[in-house]
Design a protein around this ligand. Sequence first.
Ligand code: GRF
Length: 211
Amino acid sequence: MRSFDPVAPGPARLVVLVSGSGSNLQALLDASRTRSYGADVVAVGADRRDIPALQRASGAAVPTFVLPVADFADRSAWDSALTERVASYRPDLVVLAGFLKLTGAAFLARFGGRTVNTHPALLPAFPGMRAPADALLHGVRVTGATLFVIDDGVDTGPIVAQGAVDVEDDDDVQTLHERIKTVERGMLVESVGRMVREGYSIDGRRVRFGR
Ligand code: GRF
């Protein structure tokens, strides 16, 4: 079992990694404006330029960095550079919020147990990049969002929190994903806040809040 104490005194330091619109990032930025939330976003990193998420970070005066995989000799060089850059901000917790790259061995060695990822399905159903579409194709009546601690698999790590969303008869991928994202943002904000304020432990596949 690994235990992580509440972060105190002062707000926990979050580094958030993004690839797209950044609505999950925005929810964290908004929550962190309240001091009692217990966390500050100290940096936002991306694997691509010119995305709304980076504008959201700049709008909140949060430092940003961009590390495209194509700028590095190989995936492992990129992963090492990402690890060093994230480490330079001394995060207590790293949040992958719509980050469309798999982090690698160096990142996991440094930030394992302290990195959460949000996924738009009720894992272990529908891992991967097309979760809302896969849920629709399969015809499930309930899907949702999952926050999990990353491990070396694809969307396989220990689960922190989940939120359910009904699939409506007239849903398409976009309407379903939008409703999932509403639930996802609330779940992310609440769970990250509890992780840093209460601490948490990881015992096999079970994650529990508190000391
Ligand atoms: C989220 O649903 C996330 O789970 C998925 O992509 C979406 C990102 O949304 N991987 P945003 O960039 O936070 O708006």
